[in-house]
Design a protein around this ligand. Structure first.
Ligand code: MN
Length: 159
């Protein structure tokens, strides 16, 4: 069930985060949220099929090639999260401050694989896309290296 893991982790009476409502949007937005939780990280989210596919990037996302960041796949988030900023209270999942660090749109690069879509590319462990944001622009790669779908590299492609 979509967003089940998102729902199970949170108490919506206690957190200001968006509820787990499903959506049917087919836009191509992305957002990066700087999340000052137990450990500071950057949540990278791509809109696809009514949810936000999500990764927690362990350091500031790179704006130039040659820097690889570790990105941990996390649960899909509702589309409403694309605009979320605020403070998740102590005792709640992800307690800490969330602020939007970058946002904009993305275009998947699925060259040579016309039958594939974004969700399938992610399931198979690699996706390329172009970001058009305020901080990040150009071609990027998310690449799964642990074969379990959990640990990924996030880096910028050479133009
Ligand atoms: Mn987070």
């Amino acid at each position: 069930m979509p967003l089940e893991e998102y729902r199970e982790k949170r108490e919506f009476a206690e957190t200001p985060e968006p509820g787990p409502e499903a959506d049917s949007g087919d836009g191509r937005r992305f957002v990066i949220q700087k999340h000052d939780a137990t450990r500071l990280h950057y949540d990278f989210r791509l809109e696809d099929e009514g949810v936000l596919k999500s990764w927690a990037v362990t350091k500031e996302p790179p704006s130039s090639p040659g820097i690889k960041r570790l990105a941990i796949r996390t649960e899909d988030h509702p589309l409403g999260y694309v605009n979320f900023e605020g403070v998740i209270p102590e005792g709640q999942y992800g307690a800490g401050t969330v602020e939007i660090w970058d946002n904009g749109t993305y275009a998947p690069i699925l060259e040579g694989e016309p039958d594939r879509n974004v969700a399938q590319a992610i399931d198979r462990g690699a996706i390329k896309f172009r970001l058009e944001g305020k901080r990040l622009n150009g071609g990027y790669v998310l690449y799964n290296f642990d074969k379990k779908g959990k640990e990924w590299f996030f880096f910028k492609m050479k133009d």
